[in-house]
Design a protein around this ligand. Structure first.
Ligand SMILES: [Fe+2]
Length: 348
């Protein structure tokens, strides 16, 4: 008799949400309503999203994203021409399917040598933020002071090359199809990774983790210098952006970095991917997947990254303000005609 009662309780418990989830959903809902009113996310609501991601193994983010995009009617293009060449509808469908299945796609097209050189010059001459210091310093490869030198997004967005990439129709269409809505351009970021630290740095994202700044997003990465096995290639575990793809006991640890060995023991070798590439290489990734930049054995790595998202709920970040003198006429025109995409970009 006792075992029958136990079985009934166990069966019924599947239909009852644990109280922690109910509590976090309540916090999230209140915070999301505030976000819609104020355009800012309170910390408690943001934390509740991260907890719900972990507690539901991704189901919560998926459901919320679907709710957000329900009323959107994205203006899909059947054919786009830009950085990634001329992409037909069939090409775009293939890219999207690979993103949905694997989480990442590496493209054949690259940034031109000229564009890489100009971005590299900026990275060698513009003060960058380094760890454990409030001071900004210019990167000096002969006298390293940090494992990461990160550039201010506000400085990056003033670069003509970056403005052109932000306007690129092929990148925008890929984001539009993956997010199934008019994407919002969230930010450009760029950083040097160096050999300054002798062990994997959590701060430099050199341990496996998943990102969780937004409800749903897509990132585009550009290697500005050549990245080999030795200078910190991007690693990811294929398919781990999907609902239910992460072992629950790891998610139960919360939003933390995970040792390589723990993940290597759980996923087959053919799912553990490493992206190397010549300068100018481009790839898209849903960094909800377990991923990391591996520790550098030698050399240096300069990566530019863009984020596209469906909602700005999550980590608060400042909007961009551009003096008209720092924006090309095309960029000014683009900002004024693409209001959703350029929600965070303001011309003074
Ligand atoms: Fe990350």
């Amino acid at each position: 008799m006792k075992s029958i009662v136990k079985k009934i309780i166990s069966y019924l418990s599947k239909f009852i949400e644990p109280s922690e989830i109910v509590k976090n959903k309540r916090l999230f809902k209140a915070g999301y309503d505030d976000y819609l009113q104020l355009g800012k996310t309170n910390q408690e609501a943001y934390m509740s999203m991260i907890k719900l991601y972990c507690q539901t193994n991704g189901q919560f983010n998926n459901d919320k994203h679907e709710e957000i995009i329900r009323s959107s009617s994205p203006n899909y293009s059947d054919c786009v021409n830009g950085l990634l060449g001329q992409l037909t509808n069939a090409d775009l469908v293939d890219i999207n399917e690979e993103l949905i299945e694997e989480g990442y796609v590496k493209f054949d097209n690259k940034l031109s040598d000229d564009v890489c050189k100009r971005i590299l010059k900026f990275a060698e001459t513009t003060p960058a933020i380094i760890s454990k210091s409030s001071e900004r310093v210019i990167y000096n490869r002969e006298d390293l002071a940090s494992e990461v030198y990160r550039f201010d997004s506000q400085d990056l967005i003033q670069l003509d090359e970056i403005q052109k990439l932000i306007m690129d129709p092929t990148l925008i269409e890929i984001a539009r199809r993956y997010l199934k809505c008019e994407p919002i351009f969230d930010f450009p970021t760029m950083w040097w990774s160096t050999t300054f630290m002798k062990e994997a740095s959590s701060e430099a994202a050199q341990m496996y983790h998943f990102d969780m700044d937004r409800i749903k997003w897509l990132k585009i990465f550009f290697y500005i210098n050549e990245v080999t096995e030795d200078n910190g290639p991007h690693h990811y575990i294929s398919g781990t952006h999907k609902i239910g793809s992460k072992p629950q006991h790891l998610l139960d640890k919360g939003y933390v970095r995970i040792e390589d060995e723990e993940l290597q023991a759980l996923y087959p070798n053919d799912k553990m991917k490493c992206i190397t590439g010549k300068e100018g290489s481009i790839f898209a990734g849903d960094t909800m997947c377990w991923h990391k930049g591996s520790q550098l054995v030698e050399g240096e790595r300069l990566v530019l990254e863009f984020e596209y998202c469906s909602s700005l709920f999550g980590a608060n970040s400042d909007p961009f303000f551009l003096d008209p003198d720092d924006a090309s006429p095309e960029f000014i025109d683009f900002i004024s005609t693409n209001k959703t995409y350029a929600l965070k970009i303001n011309i003074l």
